[in-house]
Design a protein around this ligand. Structure first.
Ligand code: NAI
Length: 343
């Protein structure tokens, strides 16, 4: 059996706790992976690195192609810029894929939510180009390039086709940002018309789109968003299915892929065995599916399905962490999943 090397980046705050839990589950499921640890974020500085994103971490992901990453803290206002954004840019992980689904045993306002957010990961306002024009006047640049708009649109329609999804909605504000958001939807529309006419496609102004999502999320399927909208829409959608503890994600490029939950380092609950590890465990299951699809390894896909079945069963059995109204700690919830790995 082939073993795939995964670069494990524990990250900051709750990161080490939830990535440890994911590792326990992957090992118990006999997933065909082995880990090498690399660090990023404040955790890297604490270990003596001179940068929050050490070069050997980036190089390890380039070498092995796959990473499972915990969240990294980014200071608000001043301080260093986001490690997460830097990693996505350095590795050209241009597509963030974030499935949001209703889960068994997790009661929320809606049933049957089944959305996938595809977020452009490399430009928009996250380009981080901000200029102080004069005292009290700042200009933040929102970058849109035809290449990146086309690339994310093509990725989205290809993903929709492979996953047999029916609809793509592009969220925008091209009524105001006529050029930048205009380019984003123009490229999506062109690709839809030329190559994917069988998939339904609509363009929705983001503010109206969010109102429609909270009224009835089942009317949407795949949500194609530029960087900042994708970030905001992801957390809003997480709230539809139980919160940040249950929303996984993948950052995918043409060569490499980094799997991480949507949530951050949650400093308010860090180090207390309170965090829900489900989002990163779900991300690990996505990682195994990705390995299966890109490296033709059925055993990885089978382990991914086994883990998914086990966490669904655990939730059905009422095994939950505090964020979902239960009482289990991070480790105990991982153990509840492990107990259900073999049916
Ligand atoms: P956050 O996602 O860390 O926390 C928001 C709220 O959700 C908190 O009340 C937290 O306790 C709760 N929460 C988050 N994950 C949870 C989990 N797994 N189980 C239970 N409760 C959970 O967002 P916040 O507070 O805005 O950001 C904290 C730090 O994380 C910041 O430095 C931010 O920049 C960073 N961040 C990093 C990300 C990444 O590494 N990909 C993504 C988002 C934020």
């Amino acid at each position: 059996m082939t073993t795939h090397t995964v670069v494990m980046i524990p990250g900051d705050g709750i990161g080490p706790e939830v990535t440890d839990a994911a590792k326990m589950v992957l090992e118990a499921a006999e997933a065909p992976v082995s880990f090498i640890d690399r660090h990023a974020g404040v955790a890297a500085l604490d270990r003596g690195a001179d940068d929050v994103l050490p070069q050997d971490t980036v190089e390890a992901v380039r070498e092995h192609g796959i990473a499972l990453k915990g969240p990294c803290t980014t200071p608000v206002g001043g301080g260093f810029s986001s490690v997460n954004v830097a990693l996505r840019k350095k590795l050209n992980l241009y597509a963030a894929v974030r499935p949001v689904r209703s889960l068994p045993g997790v009661k929320t306002r809606y049933e049957n939510v089944d959305l996938v957010i595809v977020r452009e990961n490399t430009e928009g306002l996250y380009s981080g180009i901000e200029n102080l024009i004069t005292e009290g006047v700042i200009v933040s640049m929102k970058v849109a390039t035809r290449e990146a708009c086309e690339r994310i649109a093509r990725f989205t329609f290809r993903y929709a086709t492979h996953r047999e999804r029916k609809k793509v909605a592009a969220f925008h504000k091209a009524n105001i940002m006529k050029l930048g958001d205009g380019l984003f939807i123009d490229e999506a529309r062109k690709i839809h018309e030329k190559d994917y006419p069988n998939i339904k496609y609509e363009e929705v102004i983001i503010d109206a789109a969010l109102m429609r999502i909270v009224q009835d999320p089942t009317q949407f399927d795949i949500l194609l968003c530029e960087n900042l909208y994708g970030d905001i829409v992801s957390d809003l959608c997480a709230g539809l299915v139980g919160g940040l503890g249950v929303t996984p994600g993948a950052n995918i490029g043409d060569k490499d892929a980094v799997f991480e939950a949507v949530h951050g380092s949650a400093p308010d609950i860090a180090g207390q065995n309170l965090a829900n590890p489900l989002a990163i465990i779900m991300s690990a299951s996505m990682m195994l599916n990705h390995i299966s699809a890109t490296r033709q390894d059925d055993s990885a896909g089978a382990a991914g399905v086994k883990i998914k079945d086990a966490y669904n069963k655990a939730l059905e059995d009422g095994q939950k962490t505090r964020d979902l109204g239960g009482e289990l700690g991070t480790r105990e919830f991982a153990e509840a999943i492990i107990d259900r790995l073999n049916g």
